[in-house]
Design a protein around this ligand. Structure first.
Ligand SMILES: C[S@@+](CC[C@H](N)C(=O)[O-])C[C@H]1O[C@@H](n2cnc3c(N)ncnc32)[C@H](O)[C@@H]1O
Length: 275
């Protein structure tokens, strides 16, 4: 990783992703090995920036800012954590390592693969629960209510990084309703891709890239539409970090001449019980 960017991430976190890359099958980690060659690194960066400018930096910023927000939530006394669509994320290992009951939610195949990785590399602990739940077919509300370590009265942090995009509007509404009932007082940290801010070519590039890995972007909402939807379910805006802010606060402090993907936002909302 670039030294200036690398300096902004804790060693533990970088180690987690190094372990992850080694764990992935060869057909997936060849890219990482190729990036160690300067020429190939430049070529890949050029190609990615041509197809979808800002995609690379959006990942770096997403990891950086969400880590900051999670640390802040920990300082403010969050008591348990739910990570929707946890994927290969480090956050569950991080918060559970600090003693907080942490529930990583993902589809059965992904949850199993993740649990194998966590076990193999010593990230599993007594506070981390890898939950096999497809939120479209299983009620997350029922699942967590029946989980012996989930406490609905705990102040809960719900993280949905790169997640809501995979649900359509109806599925998103259903999930928000369940989360509202499950723990009335919680904080939500989510990402959003407001695709209307991309031009036709870059939008096509974005959606085809996702289709290439067999997935699809389903949530048809722009930034304002998404905020409006969340407010319908009693969420109040705490903070929105825009791609412009990420450019100004973070990227421009480095010598890296790349910007953050247009339309990318990190949003923190508080859910307050309507009563
Ligand atoms: C783009 S990845 C994000 C992973 C991780 N949060 C991150 O940002 O690095 C989206 C994740 O959501 C999971 N996911 C998608 N649809 C889901 C569903 N219906 N129920 C549970 N998990 C789902 C996928 O399996 C995948 O791990």
């Amino acid at each position: 990783m670039n030294k200036e960017l690398g300096a902004l991430f804790p060693e533990w976190m970088k180690g987690f992703y190094e372990d992850l890359v080694c764990f992935l099958p060869k057909r997936l980690n060849w890219y990482y090995t190729a990036l160690e060659t300067t020429g190939l690194r430049k070529l890949f960066t050029f190609a990615e920036e041509l197809l979808l400018p800002g995609d690379l930096m959006h990942i770096v910023c997403r990891k950086y800012y969400i880590q900051q927000l999670v640390d802040e939530a920990l300082r403010e006394g969050i008591e348990q954590v739910v990570i929707l669509g946890a994927g290969f994320d480090h956050l569950g290992a991080y918060t559970s390592g600090k003693g907080l009951p942490t529930f990583e939610i993902d589809t059965p195949s992904m949850a199993l693969y993740k649990a194998q990785f966590l076990d193999k590399h010593g990230y599993m602990n007594d506070h981390l629960y890898c939950c096999s739940v497809n939120v479209n077919t299983t009620s997350i509300e029922e699942y967590l209510l029946n989980h012996p370590r989930f406490d609905t009265s705990n102040h809960t942090l719900i993280i949905a990084e790169g997640f809501f995009d995979y649900l359509n509007l109806e599925q998103t509404r259903k999930l928000l309703k369940q989360l509202s009932r499950l723990c009335p007082n919680h904080t939500l940290i989510t990402t959003l891709f407001s695709l209307n801010e991309l031009n036709f070519f870059h939008r096509l590039s974005f959606t085809s890239g996702v289709a290439l890995v067999g997935e699809a972007i389903k949530l048809p909402l722009d930034r304002d539409g998404f905020i409006d939807l969340l407010s319908e379910y009693s969420y109040n805006e705490d903070r929105i970090i825009s791609h412009q802010q990420m450019d100004a606060q973070y990227i421009q402090k480095t010598s890296i001449d790349l910007s953050v993907l247009k339309g990318f936002y990190i949003i923190q909302m508080s859910h307050l019980s309507p009563n």
